[in-house]
Write a protein that binds this ligand. Sequence first.
Ligand SMILES: Nc1ncnc2c1ncn2[C@@H]1O[C@H](COP(=O)(O)OP(=O)(O)OP(=O)(O)O)[C@@H](O)[C@H]1O
Length: 566
Amino acid sequence: MLQSLNRLIGPAHRTGAAWLLVLMVASALTESLGVMLLVPLLASLGAADGGLLGSRLAAWGVGLTLGPALAAFVLLVLLRAVINQARNAAGLRLELAVINALRQRAWRALLNADWRSLAQMRRSDSASVLISHIDRSGFGINQAAAGLAALITLAGLGIAGLAIAPFVTIGGGLGGLLVLWAYAGTRRRAAQLGEAMGRAYRTIHAGLGETLDALRTVKSLQGEARAEAGAFAGFADLTRTRIAYQRDLGRGQIALQGGGAAVLAVLVWLAVARWGLNGVQILPVVALFARALPLVGSLQEAWQNYAHSRPAIDAAYALIDLAEAAREAELPKTPPPYLRQAIALDAVTVRYAQADAPALDTASFSITAGSLVAVTGASGAGKSTLADVLGGLINPDTGDLIIDGIPLDPAQRRAWRSQVAYVQQDPAVLSDTVRANLLWAAPDADMARIEAALRDAACQFVLDWPGGIDTRIGDGERTLSGGERQRLMLARALLRRPGLLILDEATSALDSHNEALIAKALTGLKGRMTVVMICHRGALLALADQTISLDRGRIVDDSGSAGRTE
Ligand SMILES: Nc1ncnc2c1ncn2[C@@H]1O[C@H](COP(=O)(O)OP(=O)(O)OP(=O)(O)O)[C@@H](O)[C@H]1O
């Protein structure tokens, strides 16, 4: 438990945690002083002797009469209220700082992981961790702080109790430890329910997220009822888990309060009947226990809640560890590779985890810079994998990506991406203006450059809209057809002025008229940039200077090639 808390807090938040600890100790001090003050207060009424505090004050020549004792009591309560407010604020600041840092770290780790690992992760699981698991981790920190505050206050009350009535306090302390020990099983169950809750959240995220992405399919397959049942199975699990947990908490509190009152009754009986304390002497002890009892309850509840949140913290770190282990090489300080002569693959093999056969099997070929290359092959032949290797997205398991005769290491492969633009079959559009979507690729591009890219990609339609390039598009905004989206993303790719343009079935949604327009634009690019097109159809295939054909990961034909590495 301490190890996991220590990892959560980390060096960055140690000062905040130390300040919180100071405030907790200060709060506990005011609490125990308040209880100890009862003794000289009663003594001032002539009902008891002044106890340890009374004798200390007497030794310093301070006689505590009723007025000053009551004034000191009010001041102490006020001071404690102020300290507790500061403690709560510091606790909240620490909790928020820790979860923000955790979320940022998880998000950064995901963004910086290599593409192959990301492609193999389940998106809805990552979303579940980033949203709900990390929020639950925040609750775990909050509860750890609450438990620690209760523990420190109990320790302070224990010290006060030892000064007032040592035997009764030791008896009460042992009773408290016994209670905490007896609840070990409940805390284990809390952890199991926490895991079940994590599973329910993952089901909900998968059910909702994946269905929202595929609403068109769901509706056309008349799958509304099935989709509803899928997501609600997760909600039903969540409800069951939460009720079971609340029941455990409730039972715990009943047993704790009943048991605590019984322990207190036994101790009072022992104190009066066996140890000869009178009713007034026992009063501060009763006050002390009346305060300590709910604190033991709070400590147990906070511990139980922390145990319940712990699986969420572990899941967050599991994602972070996985993504950080897959971290890409840092960008090199040297300028990115620049394609002037040829781009080649030399005996490149890529095998995805859990796949029987490699997606690319010792693939070798060379492409002359400035040429137009078609890549063909049946579905699953390895075309997209080949495009990802050429674009520097995937590091081959063996073999090399070679630019102008120089094999790229992982850092240079990452840098190479600045020279590559990629248009995929079903390109994602950001929910923003057309301008923002385009500038994502080239932040410095001016209007003339934007208009030229739009014209080259047959996107004149955007300039004809009343709002022009400031029209908002994307989720919940103006909807684009599949073909419009593909052309717009081609414009974005062209705006980047890449050395290598990769089109992964990027004209599949276009009619023959628009495909012809794109074909014309691509012909105009010959010699200005290297274009690799994954395509099956005539218009684009006819343009190609070179055609590479794949079958089950192997290159079975490479016609029109200017030169091979083999
Ligand atoms: N992320 C992945 N994890 C596991 N296997 C994968 C992954 N991506 C692709 N594959 C497998 O690798 C092989 C090649 O896939 P790839 O997408 O490169 O083929 P493709 O020729 O582009 O197919 P298509 O034309 O259908 O898009 C396929 O058998 C595919 O199932």
